[in-house]
Design a protein around this ligand. Structure first.
Ligand SMILES: NC(=O)c1ccc[n+]([C@@H]2O[C@H](COP(=O)([O-])OP(=O)(O)OC[C@H]3O[C@@H](n4cnc5c(N)ncnc54)[C@H](OP(=O)(O)O)[C@@H]3O)[C@@H](O)[C@H]2O)c1
Length: 396
């Protein structure tokens, strides 16, 4: 009953915000969950072509607002004959699988599906018709730092160059009453979504640096729900990393709180906090390594893909109402296929080489550089998250 109320109140709360947004004259974006509050951007033309082939038609990126300062990577003048190699974490379902499918269908990419369940990944690849020669499945459990290290070792030993890394996998535990933990004892959402990816990305950065591919990229999937400058980001509980006291204490629920800000456990907030860490990490990578490595660092909000496995832990009523609510009320809904094409663009589109950008899409499915919330773009907080995280994963 309490959970039903929670779902109902979430939907009500978002509906109330939808009313508010109608009064917000400065918003040109009609998609409730796709726009920053007061954000400015101009619609650009629809790009139907990319539905047929990823990266055929360059997407015109909007430059209305972006954080932090960005620089362009080298233009893609040199072309290599070989396929690009892209690692996608969590490619066994939802956004990751749709992206793997979209990229493999171009014939220009070999997708390394980095998944915790090998058989599920194999079945998933087959179910969407991916051709055997276009993908490899490798075991990776982001909830274990040992597994991350083993994955990196195996990848390096394979001798395959690495051109793009997509940190996509995530868990979302909105109904959990008690925290659960990773192998090293970190609260599961932040441990998986942020710390596992943080170690993975750090250990593979040199491989990206060494790639001779025309454009090498490191992409960390973000979310609107971590951005409190949006309507969706204002649905309680809101993301807030506070002074990072819980993170600094190891998020273990024993010596420290399982929550980054040191508060009481809240599964939905832990997910949102982890997404703020993802977006801060991307920007810190950009500041520290873009110039030196030539790697493009990017994050994105692909839209509300209301039917993915991400909501598997939610109550049945929520899972029933959420997709139509997103489709017909907020209009923030995107299909898995469309979201996969969006992420595939960030992987491969020659016009999306700008580093340090958080990409979003407007109602015409045209990409633009979106604005992150104050917290999700705070360079000081990004530095601190980076420094505490590298201690937790054993890099400092
Ligand atoms: N759905 C949305 O509306 C939405 C909106 C904005 C952003 N996103 C972001 O999109 C990304 C993908 O989410 P989704 O909606 O596609 O959810 P999903 O269908 O549940 O996919 C999540 C993937 O992560 C994998 N995963 C979970 N824990 C893992 C672990 N310990 N090690 C390795 N892989 C693990 C899952 O593997 P299994 O198949 O084995 O469970 C699954 O492949 C996430 O970063 C999410 O934050 C989603």
């Amino acid at each position: 009953m309490a959970l039903n109320l929670q779902a109902a109140s979430l939907l009500q709360s978002a509906a109330a915000m939808h009313k508010d947004v109608k009064a917000c004259g400065s918003m040109k974006e009609t998609s409730l969950f796709g726009a920053p509050i007061g954000g400015k951007f101009e619609p650009v033309s629809s790009l139907e072509l990319r539905r047929r082939k990823v990266a055929v038609s360059p997407i015109r990126a909007q430059t209305a607002a972006t954080t932090p300062a960005v620089t362009n990577s080298k233009p893609e003048s040199k072309k290599t004959a070989r396929k690009g190699n892209v690692i996608i974490t969590g490619a066994s379902s939802g956004l990751g699988l749709a992206t793997a499918k979209a990229l493999s269908e171009t014939g220009e990419w070999h997708v390394i599906m980095a998944c915790r369940n090998f058989l599920k990944a194999e079945r998933a690849a087959k179910s969407v018709g991916m051709a055997k020669e276009n993908y490899t499945i490798m075991h990776l459990d982001l909830a274990s730092l040992d597994s991350v290290r083993q994955f990196v070792d195996s990848y390096k030993k394979s001798g395959r160059p690495l051109d793009v890394l997509v940190c996509n996998a995530a868990v979302y535990l909105p109904t959990a009453k008690e925290p659960t933990y990773t192998a090293e004892g970190f609260e599961l959402s932040v441990g998986t979504n942020h710390l596992g990816h943080f170690l993975l990305a750090r250990l593979l950065l040199d491989d990206l640096k060494e790639s001779d591919y025309p454009s090498k990229r490191l992409i960390i999937v973000g979310s609107i729900t971590g951005n409190t400058n949006t309507l969706a980001g204002n649905v309680p509980p809101k993301a807030n990393l506070g002074d990072l006291r819980g993170l600094a204490g190891g998020l273990n629920g024993v010596a420290s709180s399982p929550m980054i800000d040191g508060g009481e456990f809240d599964g939905a907030k832990a997910y949102k906090d982890s997404k703020v860490c993802n977006m801060l990490t991307m920007q810190e990578f950009h500041r520290r390594y873009h110039e030196e490595t030539g790697v493009t660092f990017a994050s994105l909000y692909p839209g509300c893909i209301a039917e993915t496995g991400l909501f598997r832990e939610h109550i049945p009523l929520f899972r029933l109402l959420f997709p139509p609510f997103q489709k017909y009320i907020t209009k923030g809904y995107v299909s898995e296929e469309e979201a996969g094409l969006r992420l595939a663009q960030v992987v491969s589109d020659p016009s999306l080489t700008k580093s340090g950008v958080y990409w979003s899409w407007n109602k015409n499915s045209a990409s633009f550089e979106n604005q992150l919330s104050e917290e999700a773009s705070d360079p000081e907080k990004a530095r601190k998250v980076w420094e505490v995280s590298e201690k937790l994963v054993g890099l400092a």
